[in-house]
Design a binder for this molecule. Structure first.
Ligand code: NAD
Length: 287
């Protein structure tokens, strides 16, 4: 059996077309959406992510503002800039690229971003709202995965879903969204005793680990939907996911590739959140 491959690039292109149309409409009403991206230090992966986000904004008609600081910048300098951006009416979304250098308290930085401009969905208030099923900015990666399920007609209600990874940015919010969609969710992590026991039961398996080709064919239930969130750089410079694509695609029913799977949808959801934020401002100005 050979799995059907989900084309993340194609879905992202379709959704980005819709986002660009909404951004243009906002521009026509004098509210061009704007995203501020803060990059601290010289982590090469972070620099690539920020470059991709800025380029995607430009293509979608979203104004982007890139703010770069050296690794040894004083946290107070960044906090002051965040306060300025919170008050800037031309900025609808603010993103601080993670990870941060050790002098920073990550939670304090994320909470210094206005909840209304927290387009990454990492502010504790947005996380709390998400956990209660209230309207919130959803974290981009798990939100992008949910949109893939929707686009592919994957049935979640009653499904056994297993998420490998319990990070704040992927694993935990992914588990919350799947729970809200009616799946029975198991969250596995580095302390899980018999990982394959859990993964072999999964109708839906999401891997967010950060270990190249960690999920192998023997860990996957035949016909399962396998979502590979991992982005790992191999010694030869090529990218690969957390799933052994060649082996697992012989067993799974539906699978995402890396690159060209979850990654493009993550950036797409960031653009969408920025447009949603600008639409809220435009609506509030009218009333
Ligand atoms: P993280 O390091 O914060 O979390 C990794 C998780 O994997 C942890 O919860 C840990 O318990 C679990 N884990 C580690 N070893 C394990 C093992 N042997 N068995 C079971 N679980 C294990 O990472 P993260 O930020 O959640 O990112 C995970 C991966 O997803 C990374 O490769 C990252 O680059 C990628 N990522 C991709 C996107 C995207 O847009 N595609 C976005 C964010 C992160």
């Amino acid at each position: 059996m050979s799995a059907r491959v989900i084309d993340g690039n194609a879905l992202a292109a379709k959704v980005r077309g819709e986002i660009a149309a909404r951004a243009a409409a906002l521009g026509g009403r004098g509210e061009q959406p704007g995203l501020a991206v803060v990059l601290i230090g010289n982590n090469p992966a972070s620099a690539v992510y920020v470059r991709n986000k800025v380029a995607a904004c430009e293509k979608a008609g979203i104004r982007s503002l890139k703010l770069e600081y050296p690794a040894d910048v004083a946290p107070a300098v960044v906090m002051a800039k965040l306060a300025e951006l919170n008050a800037d009416a031309t900025v609808h979304g603010i993103l601080v690229q993670l990870p941060l250098p050790p002098q920073f308290d990550e939670g304090a930085v994320l909470e210094a971003i206005s909840v209304a401009k927290d387009v990454d969905g990492f502010h504790a208030e947005n996380v709390g709202r998400l956990s209660q099923g209230q309207e919130a900015f959803l974290p981009c990666t798990p939100h992008g995965v949910m949109r893939m399920f929707e686009a592919e007609g994957v049935s979640l209600s009653g499904a056994e879903a297993v998420v490998i990874g319990r990070s704040n940015i992927v694993g935990k919010p992914m588990a919350m969204l799947l729970t809200q969609a009616g799946a029975t969710v198991t969250v596995c992590h580095s302390r899980t005793r018999d990982l394959a026991f859990h993964t072999r039961r999964a109708d839906i398996l999401v891997a967010a680990i950060g270990k190249p080709r960690f999920v192998t064919a023997d860990m996957v239930k035949p016909g399962a939907t396998v979502i590979d969130v991992g982005i790992n750089r191999l010694p030869d410079g090529k990218l690969c996911g957390d799933v052994d694509f060649a082996g697992v695609s012989e067993v799974a029913g539906l699978i995402t590739p890396v690159p060209g799977g979850v990654g493009p949808m993550t950036i797409t959801m960031l653009l969408e959140n920025t447009v949603i934020s600008a639409e809220r401002v435009a609506r509030a100005r009218q009333v």
